[in-house]
Design a binder for this molecule. Structure first.
Ligand SMILES: *Cc1c(COP(=O)(O)O)cnc(C)c1O
Length: 368
C-alpha cells in the first residue's frame, strides 16, 4: 500500500473522535430506530431510517475516507451495483459490460435492463482495450475480474469512454479502495461488495457506491430511498467493525497469497496458475502500475474436476464456499456455477492464517 492509502486507513480508525463528547462511546453505537424525534420537519437531522441512520453515517464516514469521495451504504454488493446502473442507464441507451466478470451483474442486465429497452453489449475484459464505445451511455468495468483475474486498464478505458459521453462505473470488489483507486483513475462511480474483504469475517452482506459527481450521487441516494434497498443498522455496525482491521488483514492476505503463488509455480499438480503478482503473469505490468498490491485471489487450474474437488475436500485449511475475501482461506471450483472457466479451475481466496501452517496444509493436499 502507498503512503496515502496508509494515511487514509489510519484516519479511518479515528474518524469518530471529532464527534465525541465527554462520556460518549468510543465504539460506534448501533442505532436501531425506524424514526427520530421530529417536532419540526425543516430542522434537519434524521427523520426516518429509509432515508438515513446514525450507524450508516458511521460506516459511510469510513468509506468516504477510504474512497476520498462521498459514499453510500447498501445492503449487498448487488444492491450497490443495481443502484449505480439504475442511476446511469436510459431507455434506448447502451451499456457495455464484461462478459467474464461477476455473473449476477450480467443476469441483472439481461433480466431487468434489456426489458426496459437498454441495449446490453458484453465484451471479454481483454477486449476493452480496443473496443468501440460509440453510443454507449455506460461503460462498466470490473478489474481484476472475478473469477479469472483478467485486468482492464482503467485510465485508458475511462478516458476513451468519457470522451464519448459515457458514464464509467468500476466494480472494485476484488481490490478494495486500499489496493486500487478507480475514482482517481477516471471512473464516475465505484461500486463494491463489502461482503468480501471490507467486512471480512463472512458474517454479513454489504455494499457501497462512491463518486465525486454530486448529481449522480443524488440519483444513487434517491434510488436507495425510493427502492428501499437499505442496509440494517446492525449490518452497518458489523462492517464498521470489519473496516477497522481491513488494512491489517489485507496486508497479511496479500503477503500470504504472494508466497503461496510463488510456491505453487510449476507445481506438477497444476495445469496453470494465475496470480497478478507473479512477473510471469500476462497482466503483471498493468497490475503493478494500476494497483497498490496484487490482491489475495489465486487462480489454480487442475487437470480436471475430480483433481480440483479432491484438493478442496482434502485441505483442512480451505473452506469450501462461494465467497471470498474473508479471514479464512476459501476455495471454489467455479465451473460449478457455469462461469466460462476450465472444469478444473479453482478460485482460491487466501485468508489471514499464519503462512507456515497454511502452506503446509495446501502442500499436503496437493500430494497424489
Ligand atoms: C460478490 C460480488 C458481488 C456481489 O456482492 P453481494 O454482496 O453478494 O451482492 C459483486 N461483484 C463482485 C466482483 C463480487 O465478487
Amino acid at each position: 500500500m502507498r503512503d496515502e492509502d496508509l494515511q487514509r486507513a489510519a484516519m479511518m480508525l479515528h474518524h469518530r473522535k471529532k464527534y465525541l463528547a465527554q462520556g460518549g462511546p468510543i465504539a460506534a453505537p448501533i442505532v436501531m430506530s425506524s424514526a427520530y424525534h421530529l417536532p419540526q420537519v425543516q430542522a434537519g437531522g434524521h427523520f426516518y431510517t429509509r432515508a438515513g441512520n446514525p450507524t450508516w453515517d458511521a460506516v459511510e464516514a469510513q468509506l468516504t475516507l477510504l474512497e476520498d469521495a462521498p459514499a453510500l451504504a447498501f445492503p449487498s454488493g448487488m444492491a450497490a451495483i443495481s443502484a449505480a446502473l439504475m442511476a446511469c442507464v436510459q431507455g434506448g441507451g447502451r451499456v457495455v459490460l464484461p462478459s467474464d466478470g461477476y455473473y449476477v451483474t450480467r443476469v441483472f442486465a439481461d433480466n431487468f435492463l434489456r426489458p426496459l429497452g437498454v441495449s446490453v453489449t458484453y465484451l471479454p475484459a481483454k477486449d476493452y482495450a480496443l473496443a468501440n464505445f460509440a453510443g454507449a451511455g455506460v461503460v462498466y468495468i470490473e478489474t481484476p475480474t472475478n473469477p479469472v483475474l483478467d485486468m482492464i486498464d482503467i485510465p485508458a478505458v475511462a478516458a476513451r469512454a468519457r470522451a464519448l459521453g459515457a458514464k464509467v462505473i468500476v466494480d472494485n470488489t476484488t481490490m478494495t479502495p486500499l489496493l486500487q483507486r478507480p475514482l482517481d483513475l477516471g471512473a464516475d462511480l465505484v461500486v463494491a461488495a463489502d461482503t468480501k474483504a471490507p467486512a471480512g469475517h463472512g458474517d454479513v452482506l454489504f455494499g457501497h457506491v462512491a463518486g465525486r459527481d454530486a448529481a449522480l450521487m443524488t440519483r444513487v441516494s434517491d434510488w436507495r430511498r425510493m427502492s428501499g434497498a437499505i442496509p440494517s443498522p446492525f449490518d452497518a455496525w458489523l462492517v464498521h467493525r470489519g473496516l477497522e482491521t481491513l488494512e491489517v488483514r489485507l496486508t497479511r492476505m496479500c503477503a500470504n497469497a504472494g508466497a503461496i503463488a510463488q510456491r505453487l509455480q510449476g507445481h506438477k499438480a497444476l495445469v496453470s496458475l494465475r496470480y497478478l503478482g507473479l512477473p510471469e503473469d500476462p497482466d503483471y505490468a498493468l497490475a503493478a502500475r494500476q494497483m497498490a498490491g496484487f490482491g489475495f485471489l489465486v487462480g489454480m487450474t487442475f487437470a480436471d474436476e475430480t483433481a480440483a474437488e479432491r484438493f478442496l475436500s482434502r485441505c483442512p485449511m480451505i473452506q469450501q464456499a462461494t465467497s471470498f475475501g474473508g479471514v479464512h482461506t476459501s476455495g471454489e471450483r467455479r465451473a460449478r456455477w457455469g462461469d466460462s472457466v476450465p472444469l478444473g479451475f479453482v478460485r482460491l481466496s487466501v485468508g489471514i492464517e499464519p503462512l507456515g501452517p497454511l502452506w503446509a496444509a495446501i502442500a499436503a493436499a496437493l500430494i497424489d
